[in-house]
Design a protein around this ligand. Structure first.
Ligand code: HPA
Length: 238
């Protein structure tokens, strides 16, 4: 049988694990592979969406950069699920805090992901779909956090199509509904996973605070999000 491939993922026979960690930044995928995985092999380089498979504490796990935004993560996650058989998809990203009491480097878990994107319209539902985390992965992440003495914030995030928004009051209105933070992918990931009947989770490290204006540097973002990675990696095979 010829090796499986898609327009965006060409593994040339390299394996892709059931569990895959999905950072937005492909260099963060490389960092995870180099820092944490044993016997890592690269399974993708198309468009520099670098992907690797190796083992973490003896369990096979993959990691791949998805790029930014719902169109990008949704096409990669669709192919990973429907062509390569991934069943546990865990986004490890950054987010902008909408609250004073959610600081740089705090960890946020998307119990749900609200969105201003039109992506969900394709499902033609007679109402509003609520993109939701897999409880199994959320529960496993919660247990890891307890074991490792970390206290993440669980709640609703906003997956926005807009980074430089024209309407500066929009964030205040989402925050007024209790939404914790903004990022740009998870509602798409949750919808693709729900439609396929597989498990997905989005976890983030706060890289900037939209209320106070504090920010981390791109270099620090790449290398300092290790706590989130160390909480997500043990979910392989969970
Ligand atoms: N907006 C959207 N996505 C983000 C942000 C932000 O402020 N910070 C990190 N990811």
């Amino acid at each position: 049988m010829p090796d499986k491939s898609t327009p965006h993922i060409v593994p040339n026979g390299a394996p892709i694990a059931d569990t895959i960690l999905l950072p937005g930044d492909p260099l963060r995928a490389k960092f995870v592979a180099e820092t944490y995985l044993d016997d890592a092999v690269q399974f993708n380089s198309v468009r520099n969406a670098l992907g690797f498979t190796g083992t973490y504490r003896g369990r096979e796990v993959s990691v791949m950069g998805t790029g930014m935004g719902i169109p990008s993560i949704s096409l990669y996650s669709w192919e990973l699920i429907h062509v390569f058989g991934c069943t546990n998809l865990i986004r490890i990203g950054s987010c902008g805090s909408m609250r004073k009491d959610l600081d740089l480097y705090d960890i946020v878990v998307a119990q749900a992901a609200s969105t201003d994107s039109n992506f969900l319209a394709q499902y033609n539902l007679p109402g509003t779909f609520a993109p939701t985390a897999s409880f199994r992965l959320l529960d496993a992440f919660h247990s890891q956090a307890k074991q490792q003495g970390v206290t993440p914030r669980f709640g609703n995030v906003l997956s926005s199509d807009v980074f430089y928004g024209a309407d500066r009051t929009a964030i205040d209105r989402w925050a007024g509904m209790g939404v914790l933070a903004v990022e740009m992918e998870t509602a798409g990931l949750y919808a693709v996973a729900a439609h396929a009947g597989v498990d997905a989770l989005g976890v983030f490290t706060v890289s900037d605070n939209l209320v106070t204006g504090e920010k981390t540097s791109p270099e620090k973002r790449r290398t300092s999000f290790t706590r989130m990675m160390e909480l997500a990696l043990p979910l392989a095979g969970a």
